[in-house]
Structure formats: C-alpha cells, structure tokens
Design a binder for this molecule. Structure first.
Ligand code: HEC
Ligand code: HEC
Length: 220
C-alpha cells in the first residue's frame, strides 16, 4: 500500500510540474505572466510571440493598420518603442505592450526585427509602380533624402524609417497622424506632411508601398 501511495504522489508531482512547464511554454500572454512581468522581465521568445500576434510571424504584418517590422532600421525601432513607452507617440495598445519591457529588452527586440532583414519584405507582392504628378515627384526626392540611403544621411539614417514596402493604409494613417500634430512628435514630419493636400497622402502611401528600398539585406 505504501508503495502505491508513493507512486501516486510522485505521479501527481510530475504532472503538476509538467503542467507548469507546458503552461509556461505555450501560453506566453496569460494574465499571470503579464503581471509578474512588471517585476521580472519576460524572456525574449515570450516577447516576440506577443508581438507576432499583431505584427505577424517574423514581423511581416497581415493586418491592416499594423506595420511590418521586418528589416525596419534598428535605431528607428528603438526610438519608436521608447516613444510608445513615454506616450510621446500615442497608441494605447503599444503603450501597454512596451510598459513591462526594460530599456535593454527594447534594444534587443529592435535588433531582432532589424536582423530579419528585408528578405520577407521583398517577398511581399509590391504591385505596380505609381505615376506621380510633377509636384509629388519633386517632393519624393526630398522624402528620399532622409528615408532612403544616400550620401547626405549616412550618419543619421538609423533615425529614419524605411517607407518602401510598408503597408499602404499604415503609411497613410501615419502621415495623417503627423498632420494632426498630436499623435506623434516630429517637427520635420509636421513640416513635410503640411505640404500634402487630401488624397496626395494616399497616393504617396501607395507609391511607397509599391516601391522597393535601395537598401540591401543586412546592410547597416
Ligand atoms: C495588439 C496588437 C499589437 C501588439 C501585441 C504589438 N503591436 Fe506594435 N503596433 C500595433 C499597431 C496597431 C501599431 C501602429 C500604431 C500607430 O498607428 O501609431 C504598432 C506599431 C508598432 C511600431 C512602430 C512601427 C513603425 O513603423 O513606426 C513598433 C516598432 C512596434 N509596433 C513594435 C512592437 C513590438 C516589438 C511588439 C511586441 C513587444 C508589438 N509591437 C506588439 C499593434 C500591436
Ligand atoms: C528631414 C528628414 C525627413 C524628410 C525630408 C522626410 N521625413 Fe518622413 N520621417 C522622418 C523621421 C525622423 C521620421 C520618424 C518620426 C518619428 O519619430 O515619429 C519620419 C517618419 C515618417 C513616416 C512614418 C513611418 C512609420 O513607419 O511610421 C512616414 C510615412 C513618412 N516619414 C513619410 C515621409 C514622406 C512622404 C516624406 C516626403 C513628403 C518625408 N517623410 C520626408 C524624417 C523625414
């Protein structure tokens, strides 16, 4: 009898232990882990799994208004995560997501998505190129001075997001956020988007979504 009781006790102990292991591994976003995360940093795979639920596997988004992160510049990603954290870029969902992250986790997560390179993005069907009227064609040259790699912005390029290949609705939404001047904090982009009237925003968003960046995979 004693042996039987012992076997039962051991079996229960193992199943409880195993249950905890698998719960920990398979359900990263339970309430339990979210609250303990404020004291104890969540490990990287758990963080990435949470991001993937909106931003897609490897940072390629399948959801309207949710940006691709794959291959986005590391410095820019870090800045934006800090801005969501401090509410200088306003988005409730992203604020909640970054609050439990330490500054070094923010840098790690930015490095992770940057390292995905542009491979996945390049596979996105980019559609046909968009004809621009003379006003927009001239303007795009200005946009590219910051947003595309060139001789003027070598030192600062990590501060600027890659626009080429980003989702159209997201790009248009971002430009309108700058136009409103209270969702995101950037004087340069306020000035640039003030030059755009009505549907010009949507035209430029389509233009950039359908364009390939000159930036090559893995370039820093
Ligand atoms: C509930 C859905 C959701 C989750 C989970 C989520 N995001 Fe986001 N994320 C969004 C949305 C929506 C936006 C666009 C916000 C806006 O319009 O300003 C965004 C924007 C961003 C941006 C700005 C990108 C750019 O091009 O400016 C970054 C960086 C980002 N998210 C990183 C992350 C990371 C890292 C995680 C995981 C730690 C994460 N997100 C989890 C929905 C989500
Ligand atoms: C002087 C440099 C500069 C120029 C010129 C410029 N931008 Fe930007 N742009 C930035 C910076 C810096 C950011 C990031 C701002 C922030 O921190 O929110 C940005 C952000 C953006 C975003 C948000 C992307 C995202 O992933 O959320 C869009 C869209 C954008 N720019 C479009 C344009 C367009 C279109 C033009 C030309 C009409 C343009 N920009 C010209 C510097 C510039």
């Amino acid at each position: 009898m004693k042996t039987l009781a012992w076997i039962i006790a051991v079996t229960i102990a193992i199943s409880v232990f195993y249950g905890q292991l698998t719960r920990g591994a398979k359900t990263p976003a339970t309430k339990e882990t979210a609250s303990s995360a404020t004291m104890d940093m969540p490990p990287m795979p758990q963080v990435i799994a949470q991001c993937a639920s909106c931003h897609g596997e490897d940072g390629v988004s399948n959801t309207r208004y949710v940006p691709h992160l794959a291959g986005q510049r590391r410095g820019y990603l870090t800045n934006q995560l800090r801005a969501f954290h401090d509410n200088t870029r306003k988005n409730r969902g992203m604020h909640a997501v970054v609050m439990p992250l330490s500054d070094s986790s923010i840098e790690d997560v930015a490095a992770y998505y940057w390292a995905q390179g542009q491979v996945k993005r390049a596979n996105i069907d980019s559609g046909s190129s968009v004809e621009l009227n003379p006003k927009l064609a001239e303007l795009v040259e200005k946009c590219d001075r910051c947003h595309e790699p060139n001789e003027y912005n070598q030192d600062a390029i990590q501060q600027y997001p890659i626009l080429a290949g980003q989702r159209q609705e997201y790009l248009a939404h971002s430009m309108r956020d700058f136009q409103s001047k209270h969702m995101r904090d950037n004087e340069m982009m306020y000035a640039m988007t003030d030059l755009l009237i009505g549907e010009e925003v949507d035209t430029l968003a389509t233009y950039y979504q359908n364009r390939r960046s000159a930036e090559r995979v893995g370039r820093h």
